[in-house]
Design a protein around this ligand. Structure first.
Ligand code: SF4
Length: 145
């Protein structure tokens, strides 16, 4: 199975703070599937490191009040384009991110509070029929399909 995956889960230092979040199960997953890494925030034109951002309704705002909605949307469109171009059947995306989060995201107050919702890329992929998994559900992708 070909899986679109948040590049930061592979240890790429593409997070807003430039810190690696390599997951210990990546090697096992890579033996079973073809992984296609993307970082929607970088694909949308944002630098690394960059100010933290959170969803606030339909917008995405940085902590200092910058509106980065356009970059987040552009990154989501690029991730969808690559997903289709390369024939990915599912997406495994970093939880709680304003781009990649699925199920719960930070609530826009920058106080660490989570609320029900999705990141911009996760939302677009799901709307286009791509099954989206967060990393806590990686076991569901353990066996090749
Ligand atoms: Fe990771 Fe997605 Fe954030 Fe990029 S946009 S750093 S892939 S969670």
């Amino acid at each position: 199975m070909r899986i679109l995956i948040s590049a930061c889960l592979l240890g790429a230092r593409c997070r807003y703070d430039g810190v690696s979040k390599l997951q210990p199960w990546i090697s096992d997953l890579a033996e079973r599937h073809i992984l296609v890494p993307v970082c929607p925030e970088q694909l949308g034109g944002l630098p690394t490191p960059r100010p933290p951002a959170e969803r606030r309704g339909d917008r995405v705002m940085t902590r200092d009040g910058g509106d980065v909605t356009a970059q987040y949307r552009r990154g989501a469109e690029e991730a969808l384009r690559l997903c289709r171009l390369l024939g990915c059947e599912a997406a495994l995306l970093k939880e709680r991110s304003p781009s990649c989060g699925s199920g719960m995201v930070y609530d826009g107050t920058f106080t660490g509070v989570l609320t029900a919702g999705e990141g911009v890329t996760a939302e677009l992929l799901r709307a286009q029929g791509i099954p989206v998994y967060g990393e806590s559900r990686v076991a569901e992708l353990a066996d090749p399909i």
